[in-house]
Design a protein around this ligand. Structure first.
Ligand code: HEM
Ligand SMILES: N[C@@H](CC(=O)c1ccccc1NC=O)C(=O)O
Length: 275
């Protein structure tokens, strides 16, 4: 018997009546969901790049929602694990740009007309991540009016405190001050000096507030990886389409550069200059 034969002896070989690998993972649905609209070779890369990104975003949402839940009950250790995982997911998305960057402008323009007005700007999962973290812009809900499920999930999210608001409430509770975060925000979180002062107390005495200190650093880490994603995106876009308008209708690179200025957790960045 061959080495393979010996080593694999006893392997289950028939799955007519049992759940197999592909059944469990739903591979029939995933692997038949690539529908290029052109004859261009690189369109398959483009589709799979986005589909895998959306799958990682799905996991990021799952982790961020669960992290917020446990933070509401002051249970920070599991939240730390989940936030670290989300930072790693962003790192995974960051590394994925290397695959997409192998596509030149000539190769992209061969199928770009097939994309019509579709664009990542309309990614509801991406928008949910931004909303969850606290970068809210209610006006963008309109993009999803034609899809009731996505629209519902995004508007439900706007009715809840963002992960950062929940972190600020927790900071207030632990430091014995009245809660400051207020009602769930509908617009981007704006920096508040009182919040920065509270984070400053944490950074000035980490030993006395170790869990808050760890929470602050997990959030900064997460935003750090998120910023790298934004930067990689805009650089890849400039490399591939230069300064053309986006298919989604924005002014393209100029819009994405503006987004580089977003501060998800502003007080955590500003406090550094006060230490
Ligand atoms: C050839 C590669 C790509 C090009 C040329 C490109 C181009 C653009 C442009 C021009 C925009 C601005 C909106 C518009 O007017 O269309 C945009 C937004 C966006 N793209 Fe891409 N993109 C590329 C790849 C990706 C990939 C791989 C993802 C991953 C899912 C992605 C996700 C997004 C998201 C989420 C937005 C909205 C960003 C925001 O509103 O802050 N893009 N993209
Ligand atoms: N906005 C891109 C098109 C684009 O990248 C795109 C189109 C359809 C599905 C996902 C996309 N990715 C990110 O925006 C462009 O202007 O070329």
């Amino acid at each position: 018997m061959s080495d393979f034969g010996k080593a694999s002896e006893g392997a289950k070989m028939s799955f007519a009546d049992a759940m197999s690998y592909g059944d469990y993972l739903g591979l029939d649905a995933i692997l038949t969901a690539q529908h290029p609209l052109s004859q261009a070779h690189d369109e398959m890369l483009f589709i799979i790049q986005h589909q895998t990104s959306e799958l990682w975003m799905r996991l990021a949402i799952h982790e961020l929602q669960a992290a917020r839940e446990v933070m509401l009950t002051d249970n920070l250790q599991p939240a730390f694990k989940m936030l670290s995982r989300v930072a790693r997911i962003f790192e995974q998305l960051n590394n994925a740009w290397d695959v997409l960057r192998t596509m030149t402008p000539s190769e992209y323009t061969a199928f770009r007309p097939s994309l019509g007005s579709s664009s990542g700007f309309q990614s509801h999962q991406y928008r949910l991540i931004e909303y969850l973290l606290g970068n809210r812009n209610k006006a963008l809900l309109q993009l999803h009016e034609h899809k009731s499920e996505a629209h519902g999930a995004l508007s439900d999210e706007l009715a809840r405190a963002s992960l950062y608001q929940v972190a600020i409430d927790l900071l207030c509770r632990r430091l014995g001050t009245a809660e400051l975060a207020g009602e769930p925000g509908q617009e981007a979180w704006a920096a508040r000096p009182e919040v920065q002062d509270l984070w400053q107390r944490v950074y000035e005495a980490p030993g006395a507030h170790w869990e808050l200190y760890e929470l602050a650093e997990k959030l900064v880490d997460l935003e750090d990886y998120f910023r790298r994603w934004r930067f990689n995106h805009v650089t890849t876009v400039e490399r591939i389409i230069g300064f053309k308008r986006g298919t989604g209708g924005t002014n393209g690179v100029a819009y994405l550069r503006k987004m580089l200025e977003v501060e998800l957790f502003p007080e955590l960045w500003h406090v550094r200059g006060a230490l």
